[in-house]
Design a protein around this ligand. Sequence first.
Ligand code: HH2
Length: 257
Amino acid sequence: MGVVNVTPDSFSGDGLYLRPDAAVAEARGMLDAGAAIVDVGGESTRPGSEGVPVDEELRRVVPVLERLRGEPVSIDTSKGSVAARALELGVELVNDVTALRGDPELAGVVADAGAYLCLMHMLGEPRTMQVEPRYDDVVSEVKAFLDERLAFAVSQGVREELVCLDPGIGFGKTPAHNVELLRRLDELVALGRPVLVGFSRKSTLGKLLGDPDARVGTTAASVGVAVAAYERGASILRAHDVREHVEALRAVAAVLA
Ligand code: HH2
């Protein structure tokens, strides 16, 4: 899954704000490089971010989605009205970092469209999530949360076979929590749904390499953890540097085959 941020403030610094043609070129490049889908987002969820009004989010993503019609696209949104417009424009998957806790309309929108849905774990909300996150056992708690949100989605009419689950790397987690989630990813895979992992460029990677103030991680570190996630059963890797991830994962898949 290639990341296409149509935002002025994404943590990874790749925001393609108000330049739909640049965002579309980026997305097409990712698909050419082997991405199975591109994830278009108009609201940054980086630690400390405040969220954007619906009109602004639509203004950012709609021109991009219009130009990408016919391509495999997901929409990174928590808003029912943004998802509804995106689905009209042919989007296949709704990627909701709130796991249907943000907007009560979203579940119905996804269910009515018969769309794929990603449910992600987040402790708290982006504005505050990195303020001393605490767990007794991060993996068990994330697993219980995802299990409950999956049951909720199904109760709202979303078909279980269309749902994937995501531990939410960096969303209310310390580097130790993020590493533990990846180390024990098999416990989340045991929920029986495809698992998506988004570790690409996240600050934990820079911290693992020795910079306590790191805000982003390198491409090499991102690829390394993507390979580790794949080996532990992840089905979808969300990445900014698609070509490097595809090359690494293809090679690893050949070794593991
Ligand atoms: N991470 C980000 C955004 N959306 N969605 C899922 N399912 N999983 C993730 O790990 C995830 C996500 C944050 O990364 P990015 O989109 O690059 O940054 P920003 O939110 O600042 O635009």
